[in-house]
Every structure is written in structure tokens, then in C-alpha cells.
Design a protein around this ligand. Sequence first.
Ligand SMILES: [Ca+2]
Ligand SMILES: [Ca+2]
Length: 400
Amino acid sequence: MNGPKAKTMSKAQFHHLFLVLFKIYDLQIIQRILALITRNTKKVINPTAWVKLFSVFMSNKLEQKIKFTFQIYNATNSGYLNREAVTLGVSKFFAGDDEDEVNELRADMLEVIFKKFDTDRDGAISYEEYAVVVKKNPMLLEFLGQCFPNVDGMTLVSAQENLKALVSIKLGKMNKLDSTLDDVQNTRFSNIYHDLIKQMAKTTQFSEIEVQSILLVYHKFVLANGPKAKTMTKKQFNNLFLVLFKIYDLQIIERILSLITSDLNKDVLPVAWVKLFSVFMANKLEQKMKFTFQIYNAANTGYLTRDVVTFAVEKFFTGEDEDEVNELRSDMLEVLFKKFDTDRDGAISYEEYAAVVTKEPMLLEFLGQCFPNVDGMTVIAYCTNILSKINFPKSSIDDK
Ligand SMILES: [Ca+2]
Ligand SMILES: [Ca+2]
């Protein structure tokens, strides 16, 4: 792309890739990653640095990830994260118009972090302190900002194939739906879903070809259930969340399911499946906020009470020292209520939640992840891509 004589990737291309593909938005962190994989951060990225980057990103070993992340945060190479470094990291977490409030939230967060990590209370977080905490609690790996892509390694490797699938979906180039389905099966697919495709293309943001791709994924799951099966099972649905969407909170999965289907005990119908993608791929913040609030507000009261928030916060921190864990949880509870319960009536209304998230979209999922860690089109492309590599036994799909 840089011309026929070009031998390296430019720095601008590298930055762009982080933003678009890896979904890492913090420019300081991008800069720091660059500094770790290449000697000269002012010039271009050579192929060796590029491979090194993937080797770290795709590492399965927690220890390697801990080392990498600490190096990113420890920009001064002192071996310690001092109060200054952590303050700088925390300063990115909260933003808002009310400066006093923002400063208070940041100061509270700083205390929470030091209480958790600076176990010898010397005022700095050493690598050893950081490593001990993260080994017990891997969720805290990136406590000062995201350093790893929001997609797993294999997804990155197949990114190019995904992009191809994505392009063919966008251009409507899928005249034959899928190479693993023969003509009879392709016709059968069209027969089953023809009306639904038309209907969903009218009622959702998707074009017919997009609905078709989404339903093709659904259909492949159905085929795996045997020749007479017509629906995707709940178990398949749950697994999909875990494996593909990387949403691990079973209560949240259950709640999402209850919002898209009327009968929780039955299978997942094709309409519910398309609806799910329609919400996941919504571009409008308002639609996302409504969905997320509904997920959190499992009792349908219209308010997130102290009980609800307490329950969600319990999942954030775990550990052996019960007193410490309880203290961290109650600190976090206070931070959240200070932030969201603006009229101080002891509950977070939808309006309060929406006002905060509109100003700071990063807080959308403040009580737990509800949206896939990859964007919608990537999910579809990804589904199409992996699933087209799974061949189902012919006998199971032949008879009608
Ligand atoms: Ca220390
Ligand atoms: Ca309130």
C-alpha cells in the first residue's frame, strides 16, 4: 500500500491498525508498545517488530502478559509504578464537566488501586506486587488501561480472511451462500428462511444479504442438531456467548436471552437470533444504553438499587483476604453511586445512567460486559468464516 518500492509499514499505518483492528485507543499505550517492539519509534515498523508484536499479543501465558503490561505501564523503566504513574493512568478513567467531582472520583480510584496493589505500603507498586495480585485475579491485568487487543489471537490471524468475508457480505457477493452447502442445501436454506429474511430486512437495520449471513450462521448450528432439528438449542446459544462473543457472565447471558425470547426454557428461534445481532450491532448509543440498562435492571423496576449494584460489584473483586475484598467492593460501590446517583435518592434511574453514559460512553457497561468484545460486522464475518470450515455429515442434512 505504500508503493511498489516500500519495504516497511509506516508509523501512521501502525497507529491506524491499533485503532481500527485492535481497538486500542490510548495513544500513550500505543506509543509505549511501539517503543517496546522497535528501537526507533520515529521511523517505520519493520517485519521483525511486527512478528514480535503478534508473539506477545497471542501469548497464552499469563506471566508473559504480566511482564509486557507492566513494561507498558512503567514508561520510566524504574521497575516501580509510583503515585505519579498511577495518577496519570487513572486520569484517563473519568471525564466530565464537574471538575471537583471528577477529581474526587479519580482520587478515590487511586486509593482503591494502591490499597489493592501496594501490599508493602511503601507508596509504589513493584513488579512483584503487581504480579502477585494479577496471578490471583487475572481480570486486573490491565488495571491502568488496555494493552491487549479486544479480540483473541486466532481472530487476529484470521482477520484477513474475516475482512474478505466482510467485504463479500457488504458487496452482496454471496450468490452461492456457502461453499460447504451444496446446491440442494442452498435451495433448502432459501426455502426455510425466505420470508423471514424479507421481514427482518424491513424491521432491522440489516439488508437482505446481511440477514441472510446472520441466519446462515444460525442454520449451521441447527444442522449440527440432526436432520429433523429446526432450532438452535439454549446450550449452543450459551456456548456461543462464551466462545465467540467472550461474554462470560452467565447471569448476563441469561438476561440477554430473556430480552430476545419470550420462553426461556425453549430453544432460541431464528427471529430472536437476528434480533440479538440487531442490538449487538446497533450504532446508536441510545439503543445500546437502553439494552444495557434493561440487562442490569433484571427486576424491571426501572431503577438500579443498592442491592443490584452491590451484587454486580461482588464480581469485580475476588481474593483470599475477605476483609480486603469487602473493603474494595464497598469503596467501588461508593464510587459508582457518587458518579451515577446524581439526585442522591439511593437508586440509579435510567435517566441518571443515560446522562452519565452520554457524556462518557466508556461507562456504558459499568456493571459488567453486555456487548461482544468485537464489533458486530466482525462477529458476523467471523461466524461465517469459521463455520464455513465446519463440514456437517451429509446424511444429517440431506433429507427434508
Ligand atoms: Ca510497594
Ligand atoms: Ca437517583
